[in-house]
Write a protein that binds this ligand. Structure first.
Ligand code: TGC
Ligand code: FAD
Length: 391
């Protein structure tokens, strides 16, 4: 039997193919080379200054719309995509967000619900990272309950005219195209809004203390006139954006493991080298209990991600199971970061170490793509048959 590996205590590598390991290692090396050396500074400045350049590099690696087929997309498996998300988020949740929103939300919406012409027009450039997309569902007054959105699209001759506001939109200010969900006489529909369309603006949101190395924006739509073919023809009703969310939530199931892993590994290394009372921190039983607990949480989450990935590749993954994974893995990763932070003592609050950055990032991850409460209620409904979202 192989030796116990503290970095892979369940020997999960034995469950991955050589190709899966190769993809993971490529993304890990890319992050170590291009992102990790700068990410602390970007976070501190509250910027992602090289977002466009990074998108092109990630496009060349095949990471954008990675699990989609055709139109320049890599056509990789769900497990490949998950492993990539894990490595990206081991670096920073904001970097994984850039990729999630591009591939799982904006590109997926077009790929799944777009016309042939829309797919040909947008997807190859988005897969290459030359064209950036965003996904506007949340509004100032409607977050967990997007079905009550007020943004509207009305017909004027053949055209559509959109009015409303979206809030907290990742990639908004750098996007070349916004997928905007709006209410019509015919229910909720999706629209492709090119940047620069008169009446459309995407101002940056400021003062975030989480996900600082990520572009977050408002979308302003004031009498935005679009041609008839701007509407995604196959997307009818709230179920369409929710299907896109399943894809991005799936990526988060994996990604959050990466954030937890970085915190755990940082704490393990720190505990081995920092000495107090003439002993390494790692020699204290209380520290060992923390390390053991964090290890269980990170690697159980990893096992869950891999299991859900295999179900997805087999075409068997249910939205309720995605909620299960997102709820569990983000919560566990945040818990691991908080514990890791205590092991680092005062250094735990410094950006010299990645732990506090991951911890504050995960506060966003806990909220976006469905809050803890929403996923708890999704599971509650799956268990009892009773929806408890509204009175
Ligand atoms: P409800 O009546 O239950 O459902 C409406 C229709 O949608 C269907 N449906 C789903 N379909 C696919 N996947 C899912 N997960 C689905 N959940 C529901 C449902 O069957 C129904 O279809 P039909 O044909 O009967 O009409 O709708 P509800 O209004 O009661 O809402 C249910 C609820 C609360 C679960 C849903 O609204 C929800 O998930 N809310 C959370 C909103 C959310 O997650 N927003 C995320 C915004 S995007 C984002 O955060 C990006 S951050 C990315 C980053 O930076 O990485
Ligand atoms: P609310 O819905 O107002 O909820 C506030 C609290 O009340 C939460 O704890 C919630 O769980 C709880 N609550 C609400 N309803 C119930 C209920 N029925 N029962 C019990 N508790 C309830 N959105 C996009 O569309 N696109 C993006 O790209 C995007 N990127 C984001 C990036 C960041 C950094 C952040 C922070 C958010 C982003 N979002 C995006 C928005 C995100 O999806 C929403 O913040 C999220 O869905 C929650 O909505 P809310 O913030 O309006 O909270």
């Amino acid at each position: 039997t192989p030796r116990f590996d503290p970095h892979d205590p369940l020997d999960l590598d034995s469950q991955l193919s050589a190709e899966e390991i190769a993809i993971r290692d490529t993304v890990r090396a890319f992050c170590a080379d291009r992102i990790t050396p700068h990410i602390g500074e970007w976070f501190e400045r509250g910027e992602l200054p090289t977002a466009r350049e990074l998108a092109k590099e990630m496009g060349r690696l095949g990471l954008l719309g990675m699990h989609l087929e055709g139109y320049g997309c890599a056509g990789a498996s769900a497990v490949h995509y998950g492993l990539a998300c894990l490595e990206l988020e081991a670096c920073d949740s904001g970097i994984r967000s850039l990729v999630s929103v591009q591939g799982s939300l904006a590109m997926f919406a077009i790929w799944r619900f777009g016309s042939e012409e829309q797919k040909r027009r947008w997807l190859p450039g988005m897969a290459a990272g030359d064209t950036i997309g965003c996904f506007g569902l949340t509004e100032p007054d409607h977050g967990s309950d997007p079905g009550s959105m007020r943004t509207s699209a009305r017909r004027d001759g053949d055209d559509w005219v959109l009015n409303g506001r979206k809030m907290w939109i990742t990639n908004g200010s750098i996007a070349d195209v916004a997928v905007v969900w709006a209410r019509t006489d015919d229910g909720i529909r999706g629209f492709l809004v090119p940047a620069g369309t008169p009446g459309f603006a995407a101002p940056l949101m400021h003062r975030k203390l989480s996900l600082r190395a990520s572009v977050t924006s408002e979308l302003v739509l004031d009498d935005v006139r679009l041609p008839a073919d701007a509407m995604l023809p196959e997307a009818t009703g709230l179920g369409a954006p929710l299907r896109c969310l399943n894809e991005a939530r799936y990526g988060i199931v994996w990604g959050s493991v990466g954030a937890g892993r970085t915190a755990l590994e940082t704490a393990l290394e720190y505990a081995g080298s920092r000495r107090q009372f003439d002993r390494p921190l790692a020699a204290f039983q209380l520290t060992q209990a923390k390390l053991a607990d964090m290890t269980l949480r990170v690697h159980n989450a990893s096992l869950l991600a891999l299991h859900l990935g295999r179900l997805k590749d087999a075409g068997r993954l249910r939205p309720e199971q995605v909620s299960y994974g997102k709820l569990n893995n983000v919560r566990e990763a945040l818990d691991v970061c908080r514990t890791a932070r205590t092991i680092l003592g005062a250094n735990g609050i410094s950006l010299e170490y990645p732990v506090i950055r991951h911890m504050t990032n995960l506060e966003s991850v806990l909220t976006y793509e469905g809050t803890v409460e929403m996923h708890t209620l999704v599971l509650g409904q799956a268990l009892t048959g009773i929806p408890a979202f509204r009175g």
